[in-house]
Design a protein around this ligand. Structure first.
Ligand code: BGC
Length: 762
């Protein structure tokens, strides 16, 4: 059993311990007496008397009634969670699902089920390396965002929520929406890119899909946890207005659009305070300004105090074993008893948890382990997501789609003979049948490096029956180039593995893959590069390769999806959800802050770019990226016309027409950007809306988009209002954020002031 221990706890515990040692944290009450016995032992409440089970009542009332029936000990049990595995010398709570992320005991006396928690955004993960659950994995979150397709995101969420339920889980720790400020961030693949509107819209759809299964989803990591290096000790520095218009806006929009039952506060500090004890973040912004009614759970090992955390808005300590002390155990009981934490606060903590359980259907639709999973159908959901996510970055001379009649196709590198790469860490979904490649990368968490056993090579071979399709592992670049020289077409696969807790050391492809691609492309100009990366990478060989397909981490059916796009069974329609820089020198922080080898020294990450994230930064500084945000080619072409604007109930409405001017059916993502004329924003323009439309050759469709007024406003911290300045605003209808030929009109907007929630106010 010992050998089966997940090494992740150790990795995290070590880092947390080092961080704590460095952080001079005051540890509250490490050895307090065990819970005092209840004065009157609680009795089972007969089913007929469980008024909170009346489904005709609202979630608020039901939570209120259930709370009233609880003893103090029962209340306390709801705010202290357990990890789903042994942790050092702490044994797993036997009631937790083995190797799961977390467990919160229920109150059976009152008919209230326990909470069983699983990671995360790509599917049902397992916190173990030897005996994992094998489940369906979606492509990375960044890939799903690259579909720009709301329905695809919803379907993916609904699918993984079904698997969570069938696996006995009623809480999914999915809903990651940290903005891509740092292209090297090791968790970018779990998130949704650099633009708050795009990221929030896509994550909200996923959350809705998950919650359609009566499973609570978890928006995370709140907030500004935008790099992994030093995540336990770093202090994210950013002003309130800048934050409200960037990272916080993404969270705010997810809440409004999907109402996740829980929110996970992050590891890092924000402007000095730990996120899980930040009155500003939890009480002021989340609960007061945004009116959030769900509960706040901590990230695993992110709690640093009892009184401050409880009073500043944390509702549940997720895995007490990860924290320096069981802060929400006996210490909290004592703090309530002596008045440092008001009883009303404890009641509110529990109320919020119960309310989410009633509201999302967790109580009325109890979960059980061992449900049937339709892996074939779920594989198609994942494949569709992957296909829609792939971004054709370059396609010189129409090399793609691959034509019938090729005699020799050479496939090189990235284990493309057997599978597609997955990102590492808590979100890893172990593949059905096991990893296609074993024994590489970090042996311990956030490893292992896993490949989903969906072979691009086999899928390519199946589509080229008359051709010789051969594989070369690419380890020896010169040999690979020789093998490629006489091929009709060469497909070089390149990979970049990243994972939770580790940022990419640089934006360059690792392991000499740049040299491999350059050598192969030199030997054969008909070279297509397929990228399996966590996020943006540099491409020094771009000028030499004929075509580049960004395939991200493509999930359970990735190999099949890649082949279908390469052969034109699917017309690529993904668009970049993040800017690809030419070099790291173009970034706000050319060098990543912190030292990945030394997690003991606290440091600040100064987000001096404020709300000018991604393409906004590039616009502001007049920088030309390698590939702009929103970029993506198709095997057909699209033209835009008839851009017009109107204003209804104070809302800007835009409409226009898209025509497929090429010869193939395809999908386009027309994008609307707004650029103020006389007014200064954080950057020259912002994404204001988009749609994804499918068009037959020659077909035209009309699209209309309504613009969230906050995207036309600046946030004013003093008055806590969104302010639209009177003046002219240029609306651009564009193929991407750098589209110089974009159609445009200028609209005149009156001055408007909106309240903190973006509603028409004064
Ligand atoms: C991660 C969370 C995850 C949790 C539970 C943490 O290390 O940051 O995203 O949900 O672990 O596994």
């Amino acid at each position: 059993m010992r050998a089966e221990l997940n090494l992740r706890p150790l990795a995290i515990a070590l880092a947390v311990a080092m961080a704590l040692a460095a952080a001079t944290v005051i540890v509250v009450a490490v050895s307090l007496p065990a819970y005092a016995a209840e004065a009157t032992p609680p009795v089972l409440v007969p089913v007929s008397e469980r008024t909170w089970m009346d489904t005709s009542l609202g979630a608020d009332r039901r939570a209120e009634l259930a709370l009233k029936a609880m003893t103090q000990q029962e209340k306390l049990s709801w705010v202290k969670g357990w990890f789903g595995s042994d942790f050092g010398d702490k044994k797993r709570n036997p009631a937790a699902l083995p190797f799961s992320a977390g467990y919160i005991p229920g109150t059976p006396r009152l008919g209230l089920p326990a909470l069983f928690e699983t990671d995360a955004g790509l599917g049902v993960a397992t916190q173990a390396t030897k005996t994992p659950r094998e489940r369906t994995s979606l492509p990375s979150g960044l890939a799903t965002t690259a579909t720009w397709d709301r329905k695809v995101a919803y379907n993916g969420g609904a699918m993984i929520g079904t698997e969570a339920r069938a696996s006995g889980f009623n809480v999914m720790l999915a809903g990651g929406v940290n903005l891509l400020r740092e292209p090297r961030n090791g968790r970018n693949f779990e998130y949704a890119g650099e633009d708050p509107l795009l990221a929030a819209t896509m994550v909200a759809q996923q959350v809705k899909g998950i919650q359609s299964n009566h499973v609570i989803a978890t928006m995370k990591h709140f907030a500004v946890n935008d790099q992994e290096t030093g995540r336990f000790i770093l202090d994210s520095r950013i002003g309130d207005a800048d934050n409200r218009m960037s990272d916080l806006l993404a969270f705010q929009l997810v809440l409004e659009q999907s109402d996740p039952g829980s929110v996970m506060c992050a590891y890092n500090r924000l402007n000095g305070a730990y996120a899980c004890e930040s009155d500003y973040l939890l009480n002021q912004v989340l609960k007061k300004d945004w009116g959030y009614k769900g509960y706040v759970m901590s990230d695993w090992g992110a709690v640093h105090s009892t009184v401050a955390a409880a009073n500043n808005g944390l509702d549940q300590e997720s895995a007490w074993e990860f924290d320096k002390s069981a802060y929400f155990g006996a210490a909290l009981e004592e703090a309530v008893a002596n008045g440092h934490v008001p009883q009303a606060r404890l009641d509110n903590m529990v109320f919020r948890i119960l309310r989410a359980m009633f509201d999302k259907g967790v109580v009325d639709h109890p979960v059980a382990e061992g449900g049937a999973i339709d892996f074939a159908a779920h594989g198609v959901v994942s494949r569709t997501d992957a296909e829609e996510s792939m971004v054709l970055l370059k396609n010189t001379g129409g090399l793609l789609p691959l034509k019938a009649g090729a005699k020799k196709i050479v496939v090189i590198g990235a284990h493309a003979d057997v599978g597609v790469l997955a990102g590492g860490g808590s979100s890893l979904v172990y593949p059905v049948g096991g990893s296609a490649v074993t024994g590489i990368g970090p042996a311990t968490w956030p490893g292992p490096v896993v490949f989903h056993p969906s072979s691009p090579l086999k899928a390519i071979q199946a589509r080229a029956p008359g051709a010789s399709v051969v594989y070369h592992d690419g380890v020896d670049a010169a040999a690979a180039a020789r093998a490629a020289a006489d091929a009709d077409v060469v497909l070089v696969f390149a990979q970049q593995w990243v994972g939770e807790s580790v940022d990419a050391v640089s934006l360059s492809l690792p392991d000499n893959q740049d040299a491999l691609i350059a050598a192969v492309a030199k030997a054969n100009p008909k070279t297509v590069v397929v990228l399996e990366t966590g996020g943006p990478v540099l491409m020094p060989w771009l000028g030499q390769s004929a075509a580049v397909l960004q395939a991200w981490y493509a999930g359970t059916s990735g190999g099949e999806a890649i082949a279908r796009v390469l052969f034109g069974e699917v017309n690529p329609s993904g668009r970049l959800p993040a800017t690809f820089p030419v070099s790291a020198s173009q970034l706000p922080r050319p060098v990543l802050d912190g030292d990945p080898k030394d997690e003991s020294k606290r440091f600040d990450v100064n987000y001096h770019e404020g709300a000018a994230v991604g393409y906004k930064w590039f616009d502001l500084k007049g920088l030309k990226p390698l590939f702009p945000f929103g970029h993506g080619l198709s095997y057909t072409q699209f033209a835009y016309s008839g851009l017009a604007a109107s204003q209804k109930d104070g809302k800007l409405q835009l409409r226009f027409k898209v025509t497929n001017t090429g010869a193939l059916k395809g999908k386009d993502v027309p994008q609307l950007y707004v650029a103020p004329q006389g007014v200064k924003w954080e950057a020259p323009k912002r994404l204001a809306g988009w749609d994804k439309v499918e068009l037959a050759p020659g077909e035209t469709k009309e699209v209309s988009v309504s613009v969230d007024p906050r995207l036309l406003a600046m946030f004013d911290s003093r008055s806590k209002t969104w302010r639209i300045a009177k003046g002219g605003y240029k609306v651009l209808l564009a193929h991407d954020a750098a589209d110089t030929g974009a159609a445009s009109i200028t609209v005149q907007l009156p001055q408007r002031v909106l309240d903190v929630a973006g509603k028409a106010g004064k």
